[in-house]
Design a protein around this ligand. Structure first.
Ligand SMILES: Cc1cc2nc3c(=O)[nH]c(=O)nc-3n(C[C@H](O)[C@H](O)[C@H](O)COP(=O)(O)OP(=O)(O)OC[C@H]3O[C@@H](n4cnc5c(N)ncnc54)[C@H](O)[C@@H]3O)c2cc1C
Length: 205
């Protein structure tokens, strides 16, 4: 009996490439089952991981710095684009932080966090807070909000203050749900974006 090669369709040679990156999902002739077949056909977890990274790189997002206080009351924070609105009533969002992160430990420890949404002149701060530099809070201007959680006053166009209501570990990351109890929003924000592995500014016109 003839079997088509794994990951290939006998009538169409545009199946997933061996790097697990290029999928013909833009083709109108393809249904979702074909796309899913392509995903399942990837042979190596490492290739699937690379494909997933490329998939999400093609989904641009705003850039935030999630901040909290550690057990000694010291500021902790990290660049984060995995931020999502969850509910309007009560206003709730989620952030996904790597489980080994000292920022995550701080956020869960103090049960509070702030989501500092960066503006388009704050790329250096996004890079600083994703760099592993331990002195990151000495290199930006920040103020403790009412509960002491850091607000990046020069770099954020908007800030959400949150109380942790749930956390779930998923793989190597932890999803933290925060009920928003305070917001500061600039009237005409110019958000910093990250997609296709580079920073960009929201178009001004
Ligand atoms: C655009 C963009 C989006 C990203 N989105 C996400 C995301 O959604 N989720 C995610 O998990 N990652 C994301 N990252 C990656 C993340 O920003 C980095 O992995 C970041 O370095 C994690 O910071 P951390 O607080 O976990 O500590 P690390 O930077 O890993 O800490 C390194 C070392 O410095 C020490 N240290 C850290 N902070 C302090 C401090 N204040 N004082 C003293 N010592 C300190 C730590 O103890 C540790 O020894 C993103 C990166 C970029 C560029």
């Amino acid at each position: 009996m003839h079997h088509p090669p794994r990951g290939k369709d006998s009538s169409d040679d545009r199946g997933p490439d061996r790097a697990g990156i290029a999928y013909p999902i833009a083709s109108a002739s393809l249904g979702w089952d074909r796309v899913m077949t392509g995903v399942r056909a990837l042979p190596e977890p490492a290739l699937l991981s690379a494909g997933f990274r490329s998939l999400m790189a093609a989904f641009p997002a705003g850039v935030c710095v999630v901040t909290g206080l550690d057990a000694d009351g010291q500021p902790r924070g990290m660049t984060c684009s995995s931020v999502c609105s969850v509910a309007l009533e009560p206003p709730t969002l989620l952030v996904c932080l790597r489980t080994a992160s000292p920022t995550l430990t701080a956020v869960l420890g103090c049960a509070r966090f702030a989501v500092n949404m960066l503006h388009d002149r704050a790329q250096l701060t996004a890079e600083l807070f994703s760099s592993g530099e331990p002195d990151r809070f000495q290199r930006v201007r920040w103020l403790g909000a009412g509960d002491g959680i850091p607000h990046l006053v020069d770099d954020a166009h908007s800030v959400a203050d949150c109380v942790v209501i749930a956390a779930h570990q998923v793989g190597d990351h932890t999803v933290v749900y925060g009920e928003v109890f305070g917001v500061a929003v600039q009237p005409a924000p110019q958000p910093l974006l990250y997609g296709l592995r580079r920073y960009a500014a929201w178009p001004r016109h």
